[in-house]
Design a protein around this ligand. Structure first.
Ligand SMILES: Nc1nc2c(c(=O)[nH]1)N(C=O)[C@@H](CNc1ccc(C(=O)N[C@@H](CCC(=O)O)C(=O)O)cc1)CN2
Ligand SMILES: Nc1nc2c(ncn2[C@@H]2O[C@H](COP(=O)(O)OP(=O)(O)OP(=O)(O)O)[C@@H](O)[C@H]2O)c(=O)[nH]1
Length: 443
């Protein structure tokens, strides 16, 4: 199973806790040499899976170099995270202690782990599939409640079950299909073929629905993007600063202050939301400002939602398709209730008028953009999953068009293969370096 250059037989170690100042540091060790290495640094094997207080030595047999007194956990394989022997040292987190104990582990035969190598071993040893492993990476990186829930469902196997459930159903279809090939002369009822077609169509529909809902999963994982646009001096920077509670953007009364797109993120309704404050949109001879306007248009096109702002007494003539209209500075002038039939939020960033209503609206919008699937099925979260499911849909489509049972069976097998590559049950050696290289060290 191991990819070229991947050393599965080494015993690896890493600092699994953060590198900033902390009270405790966990060094995690995994691999066949764990037992001997643990004996060398702490003398005696603790009871399995129980925390015990032990002295840590450079070499326990001579007891001449005491490094720390720490909690030690012995995790014999295969019933543990990686599926191979391992242990943990919960040390006092002084950098000198971490360095000295790391050196002792190297002296005893361990080597530093590559990013994601513990989880890669868990995958290689059959403790989890690829989709679950990706869920663990997302769990470690989760900053918002939305990301946490999504990653947990994935790490717990909900998404894997969806994919392996589809595989199982394909396997059944294939079995019926084989029966049609093997017994062409037996009068198999016409319903069998009809049933096969219906089941393929049903699968295809569910997969397409999963891809469509997947946009929400990708938004939860990567964040929703709101572009704030409008003429110079509308108050875009002021809105951005209010939304994020920080002085991110320069606010000034000189029109054209914001020339480049400025980004700031906050958490709304449990979701990461990035607001992009774009340059004021206007005709300009200034080359730098013109570039700013070009970038603004780019961000507006990319955004999940556009907030189009204008100052009192200057309602826009054009509305971006789908934009939410916000009229600012209601404290100094007129703001129409609607423009071209669209509702307008009248606010004042100076007095705070209308801001609670706008905030509630933005929360609703975020919820709408990241809502769970109607079927309750777990959401797709990555481009890799989307590509895999799309490939399976393509094969099912080809199978439906295929009259020859043998060729149709081949398309069904290709669809199964696409799903198998998702969970890592078939040929993924070429993918592993890319997937696990994105993890942090110690995971
Ligand atoms: N100190 C510490 N905390 C940690 C981890 C760790 O490795 N060390 N984890 C690591 O990422 C996570 C917990 N994940 C784990 C997953 C499985 C097993 C494990 O030993 N599983 C066995 C036995 C299960 C049982 O006792 O019920 C198994 O599944 O067979 C341990 C930790 C989060 N917290
Ligand atoms: N009276 C009043 N002034 C406001 C309000 N909101 C913002 N301003 C002022 O309007 C000016 C422009 O605000 P900005 O937030 O810099 O506007 P902008 O749209 O980012 O402008 P550019 O950077 O030029 O694109 C500043 O002097 C703000 O203090 C408001 O609700 N009422």
């Amino acid at each position: 199973m191991a990819a070229l250059g991947y050393q599965a037989e080494d015993t690896i170690f890493a600092l699994s806790t953060g590198i900033e100042r902390a009270a405790i540091a966990v060094l995690r060790v995994s691999g066949a040499g764990s037992r001997n290495i643990l004996l060398q640094v702490c003398g005696k094997l603790p009871v399995a899976r129980k925390a015990v207080l032990r002295k840590i030595w450079n070499n326990a047999s001579t007891q001449d170099d005491l490094l720390d007194e720490a909690l030690v956990l012995w995790f014999p394989g295969p019933q543990n995270y990686t599926g191979e022997d391992g242990f943990e040292l919960h040390l006092h987190a002084g950098p000198a202690i971490i360095r000295a104990v790391s050196e002792a582990l190297v002296n005893a035969g361990a080597r530093p782990a590559e990013p994601g190598e513990f989880t890669r071993r868990a995958f290689v040893n059959g403790r989890m599939d690829l989709v679950e492993a990706e869920g663990i990476a997302d769990l470690v990186a989760a900053e918002t409640d939305g990301q946490r829930k999504l990653a947990l469902a994935q790490a717990d196997g909900a998404l894997s079950q969806l994919y392996s459930g589809w595989s199982e159903r394909l396997k059944k279809i294939l079995a019926f299909q084989e029966a049609l090939i093997d017994f062409p002369d037996e009068d198999l009822p016409a319903e069998v073929e009809e049933g096969i077609n219906q089941e393929i169509q049903k699968l295809q529909f569910e997969m397409q629905q999963h891809i469509a809902d997947g946009e929400h999963g990708e938004r939860i994982r990567q964040g929703v993007v709101f572009a704030i646009t409008g003429p110079p001096n509308a108050g875009k920077s002021s809105l951005l600063n209010w939304l994020t509670g920080r002085d991110t953007a320069i606010v000034s009364s000189k029109a054209g202050t914001t020339r480049d797109a400025l980004e700031a993120a906050c958490i709304l309704a449990g979701i990461k939301v990035t607001f992009v404050d774009t340059a004021g949109l206007r005709e300009t001879d200034d080359e730098i400002e013109a570039e700013g306007v070009r970038r603004a248009l780019f961000h507006v096109k990319q955004a999940d939602c556009v907030l189009q702002m204008f100052p009192a007494n200057e309602p826009p003539d054009d509305i971006f398709p789908g934009a939410t209209l916000i009229g600012n500075k209601v404290d100094i002038g007129e703001i129409p209730k609607t423009i071209l039939g669209k509702d307008v939020f009248a606010i004042s960033l100076k007095t705070g008028d209308g801001l609670p209503e706008l905030y509630t609206f933005l929360q609703r919008k975020v919820e709408e953009l990241t809502a769970a699937s109607a079927s309750g099925a777990p959401l797709l979260t990555r481009a890799r999953h989307k590509a895999g499911v799309q490939e399976a849909v393509r094969c099912l489509h080809a199978a439906l068009l295929q009259d020859w049972p043998e060729l149709r069976g081949e398309e069904l097998r290709l669809a199964m293969r696409a799903l198998g590559r998702l969970t890592g049950h078939v040929g993924v050696e070429d993918l592993l370096d890319t997937i696990f290289g994105q993890f942090c060290i110690g995971k």
